[in-house]
Design a protein around this ligand. Sequence first.
Ligand code: SAM
Length: 346
Amino acid sequence: MADLSPQPHPEPTPPSRSSILVAAARAFGSREPDQTIRNPDLLADRLIGPDELVLLGDHPLAKALEQDCAEASQIPAVVGFAWLMLLRTRFIDDALERAIKNGATQVVILGAGFDTRAYRFQELLKDCKVFEVDAAPTQEYKRRRVAMALPDLPQNLNHVKVDFAKDDLGDALRTAGLKQNEKTFYIWEGVTMYLPDECVRKTLQTLASLSVPRSSVVLDYVNSLGIELGKFTPQGAGGLPASWGEPWIFGVPGANGSEFFHELGFDPGVPVVINHPDLVKRYMVGKDGVTYGAHVFEKARAAAEAKAKEAAQSPPPPPPEALAELRKAITAAGGVYWLAEITVRP
Ligand SMILES: C[S@@+](CC[C@H](N)C(=O)[O-])C[C@H]1O[C@@H](n2cnc3c(N)ncnc32)[C@H](O)[C@@H]1O
């Protein structure tokens, strides 16, 4: 006889916690009183509510959003994250504005998470088609959250569910209405690190073959030295809790990925290391002339120096040779974390 007793509902797959974490860091940065160094993503704060903070567990950013902003602005882990997001958001926002001015008519946000550009740039994008692409659990979660927290969806926004590791991105975008003969601007922010090598390659090859020349992709990424460096830390590169199941596994070969992007059909342009002085000057200096977070980073540096002095009587063991070699290679490469706008070659 059939079992007619009520069956337990399977737990829905949780959204990507890293997508909530980065939005939380933008939300924190958007509370900065000095407008010149405020994160421009003012909608992030509306998307990160109590349920999202619960998903972040005991991450310092979850607490920071419930704390007084000035007080939380003294915590290095919070400010460090907000620093990274401020720079990343501004760099990519600028690239988006430039791409539209230069004739892109389609914008595809890959691994969109809680990206709000379709909403923040409605006026700029009013004559464009916009596509948000993400894995189903995160996209479904985000759409429910947006329906609660933001006004109506922009008419030109299309949602496309794709797992980069399993699905055919090209087919999915074409089916959703992407036109291969129109100039397209792709945003791939905070995603490559989480994907297997072959998946990053396949995705970039798809974008190159799907798009007319001079279409471009703005993205951030680490090099393989950055992934190696993570192996010397307890939580690995990326530093997210292992229970989130989102380790950083991919780094581009070479110093800044130029050859890698070239091989896959792109003009790599001039990749720029995330803390390049020109970027810091352009995006991170407050109206008092002080760089965002400088006071906290200086305090943390001084505390580390004092600790090292204290331990001088019994010096700590020197770093393993492999770590010393890796540090040298990172200095020679110019850093581990990069931003680039790469362009489809004719
Ligand atoms: C750190 S979040 C970044 C989100 C957003 N781009 C941002 O910067 O706010 C990583 C995003 O990559 C997406 N992602 C990771 N692996 C994926 C895969 N195999 N297929 C599709 N999306 C993936 C996650 O769903 C998540 O939205």
